[in-house]
Design a protein around this ligand. Structure first.
Ligand code: SAM
Length: 264
């Protein structure tokens, strides 16, 4: 019997109802399916019924188990199994595949945010249906005004439609994690290069949310000149006591426009 390894975030999904919810949410298109962290292959087996799969798995022991379990699918090129750390392959500014794909995964929680950020940036990644820690999921789903509304919410919601799919309790896994989980779907919007977000926009958000309980005015004043911060607040008619989570996404895009104008 294979023992779950904590260091790889191994919590195997055993709840067939949750598996069905994930499958139901997968978009019906011809794009390839990518799975990160195939584990024992219990999700992979369902994914193979929908289309061709490229699966990544870091754990050598699980990799040889999967090679054996999916011998035929690998031989028939239905499944490409890549053994190794997905983040060694999926580096910044590099696509994971050279064709459009959808990412479906019960993610290892210790790298979930990094993987989602890569997926948001990768132009070939068109959709994601992901199981992640509930607390992290709330940050991606949060709307303006909620305390969870953060740079993650703004980045993700600027480029995707994001939907809650289902809550998942620890009892759905073997072994059980200490935290609650959630399945979320991300569908990329059709954006022009102009509308897409860039590195400087992300940097601006990092400054805006530097101290989330502080006022936006104070956070921005730490990195921008007083004149510029005043111009932003006057032009956009923001109250100086506003906190970073109280603005909405379009407000942040407006701030960025002003900053870009100043740089050029
Ligand atoms: N898909 C399986 C399931 O639903 O039961 C397993 C999910 S388990 C939460 C996460 C899986 O990701 C584990 O099999 C783990 O070994 C694998 N993993 C962890 N870190 C990884 C990495 N950096 N690259 C590829 N796979 C990784």
């Amino acid at each position: 019997m294979i023992k779950a390894k904590k260091k790889f975030g191994q919590n195997f999904l055993k709840d067939i109802n949750i598996l069905n919810e994930i499958i139901k949410t997968i978009p019906n298109d011809q794009n390839k399916i990518v799975e990160i962290g195939a584990g024992l292959g219990d999700l992979t087996v369902h994914l193979l019924q929908i289309g061709d799969v490229v699966a990544f798995e870091i754990d050598e022991e699980l990799c040889s188990f999967l090679s054996n379990r999916f011998k035929n699918e690998i031989l028939n090129n239905k499944l490409k199994l890549i053994c190794g750390n997905v983040l060694d392959i999926w580096k910044k500014d590099q696509p994971l595949l050279e064709n459009n794909y959808k990412l479906i995964a019960n993610l290892p929680y210790y790298i979930a945010t990094k993987i989602i950020m890569n997926g948001l940036e990768d132009k070939f990644c068109k959709n994601m249906v992901l199981m992640i820690q509930k607390e992290v999921g709330n940050k991606f789903l949060a709307k303006s005004g909620l305390s969870d509304f953060s740079s993650l919410s703004i980045i993700a919601q600027s480029v995707c439609d994001i939907d809650f799919v289902v809550d998942v309790p620890p009892t759905s896994f073997e072994p059980q994690p200490k935290v609650n989980s959630v399945v979320i779907s991300f569908d990329k919007l059709n954006l022009t290069d102009e509308q897409n977000i860039d590195q400087n926009f992300k940097e601006m958000l990092n400054f805006a949310f530097l101290q989330p309980r502080q006022t936006l005015y104070k956070n921005l004043s730490k990195v921008l000149s007083q004149n510029l911060v005043t111009e932003i607040f006057d032009t956009l008619q923001f109250n100086r006591s506003i906190r970073p989570h109280q603005l909405d996404i379009k407000d942040y895009h407006q701030i960025y426009k002003i900053l870009k104008r100043h740089k050029s």
